[in-house]
Design a protein around this ligand. Sequence first.
Ligand SMILES: Cc1ncc(COP(=O)(O)O)c(C=O)c1O
Length: 437
Amino acid sequence: MPGLYARESRSVSKMAHLRFFPQAVVGGSGAYLTADDGRQLLDFSASWGAASLGHSHPAIREAVGRALSDQAGASYLSSANEACVLLAEKLLSLVPERARGRVWFGHSGSDANETVARIVVAATGRPRILAFHGAYHGGTIGSMGVSGHPAQQGSRAEGLTLVPYPNSYAAGSPEAARDAALAHLERLFATEVPPEEVAAFFIEPIQSDGGMLVPPDGFFKAVEALCRRHGILIVSDEVKVGLGRSGRFNAFEHSGIEPDIVVFGKGLGGGLPISAVVGPEAIMNHSVAFSLQTVHGNPVCAAAALAVLQTIERDHLILNADRSGKVLREALDRLTARHTLIGDVRGRGLALGIELVTDPASREPASRQAALTVYRAFQLGLVLYYVGVQSNVLELTPPLTLTPAEAESGVAMLGQALADVAAGRIDEALLGDFAGW
Ligand SMILES: Cc1ncc(COP(=O)(O)O)c(C=O)c1O
């Protein structure tokens, strides 16, 4: 259906749009999407990580078909269903002991984080929450309330305090970034934020939308020690980088910490809407009828999630994320040597970021060039978007099934896009309708 993009604008609201180029798709298979003009697009975003197994994965198709052929209702609000129970049992086996209590199901990372933000305050009686500048925990009022991303058009919660996420590239070294962020936290606790009033600290084990920042060694271990000392719950938001993407099942495992509460979303449903919060029974069973939406615990989405988890295990996709991630990383490092626009390449497994700068010495963010690069990449057949508080970090979150050959092919297109942008061959007027974020 050529012309789908233009036709969409006559019927669909822009409120949920976050557009970088005129992408319109009519199908997909594996790491490729089929555009409405018939082009095959290599998908380095996987719909922001949601299509964790790629597109049209047979395991999801089969699980969803089975669940729909004898549908056990549409919700877990007023009835147990087997898919949710099986999924909860599976998720409990995948988190550390201290989080191994009960599981809540929602539709999105947003409703999951919002639920956590409310329940930790209700259950502990402590009014404050900590989160990071640049953190994106969701797009509903409650999840924006505990976020710190500058692109959000919502207000922060009254009890929220934002602290700096250590940025090794900006600080000059991981040690400098870590020490400054920890010193800030300790100073806060000694002054305006009494730690005994803090219910929870929301962390992203890799801060994705804030710029794909990888925490320096020892940072989260020190944060964990502080939280334990003051009885503060650690909430690990694994929505984008969890479920194997980082090369470990949980991304917090790289930091050697054990969060109290783990939040899953995006890739859990492999493209279908489902999220989950896993945490201690005292918190998760604090209250009934506390956070519910009618089709929460939908057995079809739960069946898809079970298929995702089983496929990750059966097909060794965590290992694949690690291996294909290394291939990507090496190819990107080779690009860095050729393109002065690339200031830094960072990330873990198949969660990678490329920070573009106008000059490697000054490290001025190359935001315009980032927008032009993703536009040009799309023209060449590659889908990727950008993130970062300065809108200058290209984000790679491809399907966990990505092959080394697909990794190389995508980086070749990206290299061409960067060369075209650096040479001024891409018309800036193209960006007119594509403000991104
Ligand atoms: C780390 C993180 N948490 C939560 C969310 C919100 O998830 P959703 O948009 O599915 O509600 C996002 C979305 O980008 C995210 O990256």
